[in-house]
Design a protein around this ligand. Structure first.
Ligand code: PBG
Length: 315
């Protein structure tokens, strides 16, 4: 495997490049004798910036071009935010490794207010995530939630331009881009359940590429894998893409034996919210995610999701 070159397909946003550079550095750290190159590309999700994400439709907006590059052997691996990775993979590709998780919490960012609770009545909050919107609305029906698209820097600029009183972002992105000083408040999962996979980086590759898989193996984080796969199993059973009002968040017990998974499905306007939780052995993480989804469905999540999907199809 001397002088093997590993080509990383990546989007060009600052966060995507950070994640690709991180994987490159990790690969070089574990394997002194390889070359790692970035292959930057533009995805559909990067181009369609003027339409609310929920209405753009189609799962995997940010990953498809990267996957085609791997299938056509123009790249060997793709580095993704796990949050943006669809639950199913195209034939011939699979998720090989999940790296250690960054802070999974959502971040409250504002130039005026120190915390969510300080927002005055009718304050304008920017987020294009239905999950964040429904959880905000459930607590604070008075808030004026407005769409906010673009990469992390664009979103911060829109806040600084005065378009919003506050915006909600993933803490992980801000921390990775060395902008954690912009975080006024880390919103605890009890107050806002994160998205499945939030804060975790995953690596996808061709399923038959044994050389690449061997090189990737040391980058894996076992506990992150258990947590994220349990969260994704819940989303999969709910047939949720990345733009649905679904939260799911798993943690591992102190003795390392159990996974505690929380899940939530909400109406976009926050008028309804179905929440539940489940605990069990880490070996059964995905089955627990599935069971939690079934419970949510039987308690009314099916009706809520049907409504969400028909709204986005008709608009
Ligand atoms: N949907 C876009 C996206 N995908 C991953 C992150 C943040 C980093 C992460 O969750 O790993 C973001 C931005 C955000 O939600 O604020």
């Amino acid at each position: 495997m001397n002088n093997k070159t590993v080509r990383i397909a990546t989007r060009k946003s600052a966060l995507a490049l950070w994640q690709a550079e991180y994987v490159k550095a990790q690969l070089e750290h574990f394997h002194a004798d390889i070359n790692v190159e970035l292959v930057p590309m533009t995805t559909k999700g990067d181009i369609i910036l003027d339409t609310p994400l929920a209405k753009v439709g189609g799962k995997g907006l940010f990953v498809k071009e990267l996957e085609v590059a791997m299938l056509e052997n123009r790249a060997d691996i793709a580095v993704h935010s796990m949050k943006d990775v669809p639950v199913d993979f195209p034939e011939g590709l699979g998720l090989e490794v999940i790296c250690p998780r960054e802070d999974p919490r959502d971040a409250f960012v504002s130039n005026t207010y120190k915390a969510l609770a300080d927002l005055p009545e009718g304050a304008i909050v920017g987020t294009s995530s239905l999950r964040r919107q429904c959880q905000l609305k459930a607590k604070r029906p008075d808030l004026d939630i407005r769409d906010l698209r673009g990469n992390v820097n664009t979103r911060l600029r829109k806040l600084d331009d005065g378009e919003y009183d506050a915006i909600i972002l993933a803490s992980a992105g801000l921390i990775r881009l060395k902008m954690s000083d912009r975080i006024a408040q880390f919103i605890e999962p009890e107050e806002m359940l994160p998205a499945n996979g939030q804060g975790a980086v995953g690596i996808e590759c061709r399923t038959d590429d044994e050389n690449i898989k061997a090189l990737l193996a040391p980058l894996e984080c076992k506990t992150t894998r258990v947590r994220v796969l349990a969260e994704r199993a819940m989303n999969k059973a709910l047939e949720g893409g990345c733009q649905v009002p679904i939260g799911s968040y798993g943690v591992i017990s102190e003795d390392g034996k159990d996974v505690y998974l929380r899940g939530l499905v909400g109406a976009v306007d926050g008028s309804e919210m179905i929440e539940s939780e489940i605990t069990g052995p880490i070996e059964q993480g995905e089955a627990l995610g599935d069971a939690l989804a079934q419970e949510l469905l039987s308690r009314g999540a099916d009706k809520i999701l049907k409504q969400v999907y028909s709204d986005s199809a008709n608009d």
